[in-house]
Design a protein around this ligand. Structure first.
Ligand SMILES: O=c1ccn([C@@H]2O[C@H](COP(=O)(O)O)[C@@H](O)[C@H]2O)c(=O)[nH]1
Length: 247
């Protein structure tokens, strides 16, 4: 597949973890116009650029995942989600650890604002945490799997659209959401192609493994951003995941 014929695969979400609007725009300029990728704007870029620039991405046809990981009292989250709803983004994160009332307030705000296509997803245990961090530093007992399962239940109870977890937990999380009566999506960061450094990520998986495990979306930042040829790496991953889907 060549860069002129490859289609955009919305499965891969590029985490635009860059410092400025200029840096983000020059990164995006490398992508052919017809292949606008699904973009994740996280705290670094959102705090640097603000909501107007995020809305401009949507106006230019980019699918946008706003990764603000909201975590506050229900009243505050309700109004934050109402503000975000005006931007027209496709996905928004909340911390599942904020509890059912907080997540349900977010869902209600999205409904009231008429943001029907904005999917709300609950972040479980960050992929930069492992068993030791969770038990010894944060003080949550049990296994990471137990904790993620519990969060998946809360997300389902609150009526959100899915969860953010590592590739390792996807089958269990989907099962937990099914048991709670919902079919949620699994958004998976901590993705590292073979041979790429893990950096601060602890629960990592290759793109192919994560897809085989049932991930609906792969969030990829540094493995693409730091590549000499990001478009080529992005296209290579598209091809790799397409192959495992066919098996
Ligand atoms: O548990 C989580 C939740 C969110 N993230 C975000 O995903 C990207 C991953 O970036 P890489 O450079 O591919 O490691 C980043 O924006 C995080 O904020 C996560 O990694 N883990």
């Amino acid at each position: 597949m060549t860069s002129s014929t490859a289609q955009t695969d919305p499965t891969i979400i590029i985490a635009l973890d860059l410092p400025t609007q200029d840096a983000a725009e020059s990164f995006l300029a490398g992508f052919p116009w017809e292949k606008r990728p699904f973009l994740k704007v996280g705290m670094q870029l959102f705090y640097a650029t603000g909501p107007t620039w995020v809305a401009s991405l949507k106006e230019r046809g980019y699918p946008v995942f706003l990764d603000l990981k909201l975590h506050d009292i229900p009243h505050t989250v309700y109004h934050a989600v109402k503000s975000v709803a005006n931007l027209g983004v496709d996905m928004l994160t909340l911390h599942a650890g904020g509890g059912v009332s907080m997540m349900a307030a977010a869902r209600e705000a999205a409904e009231v604002a008429g943001a029907d296509t904005m999917r709300l997803v609950g972040v479980t245990q960050l992929t930069s945490n492992d068993q030791r961090t969770m038990n010894e530093e944060i003080g949550i007992p049990g296994t990471v799997e137990d904790c993620v399962r519990r969060y998946a239940g809360l997300v389902a109870q609150a009526g959100l659209h899915g969860i953010v977890c590592s590739g390792w937990e996807v089958p269990m999380v989907k099962q937990a959401m099914r048991e709670a009566g919902t079919e949620g999506i699994a958004v998976v960061p901590g993705i590292r192609p073979q041979g790429v450094a893990s950096d601060d990520q602890k629960r990592v998986m290759t793109p192919e493994q994560a897809i085989q495990n049932g991930a609906d979306y792969l969030v990829m930042g540094r493995a693409i951003l730091r590549a000499d040829d990001p478009v080529r790496v992005y296209e290579q991953i598209q091809q790799d995941i397409t192959k495992v889907r066919r098996i």
